[in-house]
Design a binder for this molecule. Structure first.
Ligand SMILES: [Zn+2]
Length: 466
């Protein structure tokens, strides 16, 4: 194809191309900086190294051109940083977390978790993918823009949390208390893995969740099943009968009255996106060791995963479960269930429906809520969507895959509901990042690509304020 000289020159010398070249030429330096951050433990659940990491992170942010401040909580602090260029430019709120999971089992690591090691094009360390590597990529994107353009092209506000791996117990409150500080036009989160094809991914939402525990009680102690069997009822049967009443397994439908209330029908755009996600049914069947015929086909697979709620039994226990025989009528039976929710189901309301169902179909069985999170979804036809897709295309030279939602749950509602802004999750880690597991790693190529993506997103947003 003929390429005009002037067009060619223009392309090569565009500010964003310069930023990409800067990123490429500073690869080793960025990796060294990341290694330093990874070498500093920050295990939130154990409270290890949190303050040291927060301090180190603030220094990196300052060096990248952000003004920082620490937001204290009764748990671990959040680190805030911003670079404001003007009210005529959009404001992007970047979320990430600097805490990491514990490292056990330590023997399974090929190299120590807090001794970052590069091998086979990957950097291995706890936090490499989840989330320090992705967070650092965002910061280096900001730094590269600042170096080349003198400033960031759009207003940037970063909020980096120190207790994400601990369930984000203070994030909601901090956001509520700092609404004007965190005011933005959109939120971007870089966490999680890319699609296994390596194509970039833009995720528009998450499912919510409500987690309950059901307890059926019988006699005040386990009873001899011969001496007492017959006249005395068994709580395990009662629990099983209740569970059976909650779902029509064959039809795949939850039988709790009102459970499906408020569910927003999926849009034409969402259906189109669901159809376009590559699905490797054979691969999944092989990987999980389940029959191919058990897997939904075509868009049905992702429709079920991303846009429909579930009611799942996580565990059921009671009575004797050891080796051999023990003839008893158990005194108690328990089941733990999680329901994944989709917009606009409300976890509190769904819990109320479950409570009512249990009262009607499982007399005397107790139900307790153990946790919940709201679902969240940003409409695909949001004005920023195509800008972000263009930005990802520019940085990766690949066509992004659009997920209308994750199957899993994240506190995305904090952005969409509390701040009332669209939220986009743009993961940069390789799909085999082994997050939460031994030998966590981030491909260097992904780290560099993430850095470019961040720079590209900010640049594209600045040029296309809608
Ligand atoms: Zn994690």
């Amino acid at each position: 194809m003929y390429k005009g000289t002037s067009a060619h020159t223009e392309e090569v010398s565009s500010p964003l191309e310069k930023v990409y070249r800067f990123v490429d030429s500073h690869r080793d330096e960025f990796l060294q900086g990341l290694s330093k951050l990874l070498a500093q433990p920050s295990i939130s659940t154990l409270g290890v190294g949190i303050n040291e990491t927060a301090k180190m992170l603030m220094d990196v942010m300052e060096e990248s051109g952000l003004r920082t401040r620490k937001i204290e909580t009764s748990g671990h602090p959040l680190i805030y940083g911003d670079a404001v260029v003007g009210p005529d430019k959009p404001t992007v709120l970047i979320y990430g977390h600097y805490d990491v999971q514990p490292v056990e089992p330590i023997d399974a690591w090929a190299t120590p978790p807090f001794q970052p090691t590069i091998r086979d094009g990957r950097i291995y360390a706890r936090g490499a993918g989840d989330n320090k590597g992705q967070l650092y990529a965002q910061l280096m994107g900001i730094r590269s823009l600042t170096e080349i353009l003198g400033n960031v092209p759009a207003n940037v506000k970063c909020i980096f949390e120190g207790e994400e791996e601990n369930g984000s117990p203070h994030l909601e409150q901090v956001v509520m208390d700092n609404k004007s500080l965190l005011k933005a036009d959109l939120a971007i989160t870089a966490d999680g893995p890319l699609h296994e094809s390596g194509r970039p991914l833009i995720v528009f939402g998450v499912r919510g969740m409500v987690y309950v525990e059901l307890t059926a009680r019988g006699a005040n102690r386990d009873l001899h099943s011969g001496n007492w069997g017959g006249p005395i009822a068994n709580p395990v049967w009662r629990l099983v009968r209740l569970l059976n009443s909650m779902k029509d397994v064959k039809a795949g439908r939850v039988n709790v009255s009102g459970f499906y209330d408020r569910i927003k029908p999926i849009t034409v755009e969402e259906m189109k996106a669901l159809r376009a996600i590559p699905l490797d049914r054979e691969g999944i069947s092989r990987e999980l060791g389940i029959r191919l015929s058990e897997l939904p086909e075509g868009e049905d697979y992702y429709t079920k995963l991303m846009t429909e709620p579930t009611l799942n039994i996580c565990g059921i226990y009671g009575g004797y479960t050891g080796a051999g025989t023990k003839t008893i009528i158990p005194s108690k039976a328990t089941a733990k269930l999680d329901a994944r929710l989709v917009p606009d189901q409300d976890p509190g309301e769904v819990f109320g429906r479950l409570e009512k169902h249990v009262a009607e179909h499982g007399e005397g069985i107790e139900i307790k809520k153990l946790g919940s999170m709201r679902p969240s979804r940003t409409p695909l036809d949001n004005p920023f969507s195509s800008v972000i897709a263009d930005a990802m295309r520019s940085a990766t030279k690949k066509e992004p895959i659009i997920y209308p939602s994750l199957g899993a749950s994240l506190p995305d509602y904090i952005f969409t509901r509390i701040l009332g802004i669209p939220s986009f999750i743009t993961p940069y880690a390789n799909h085999d990042e082994s997050n939460h597991a031994p030998n966590e790693n981030l491909k260097i190529e992904n780290f560099i690509q993430g850095t470019k993506c961040c720079a590209s997103i900010l640049t594209h947003l600045a040029g296309d304020r809608r």
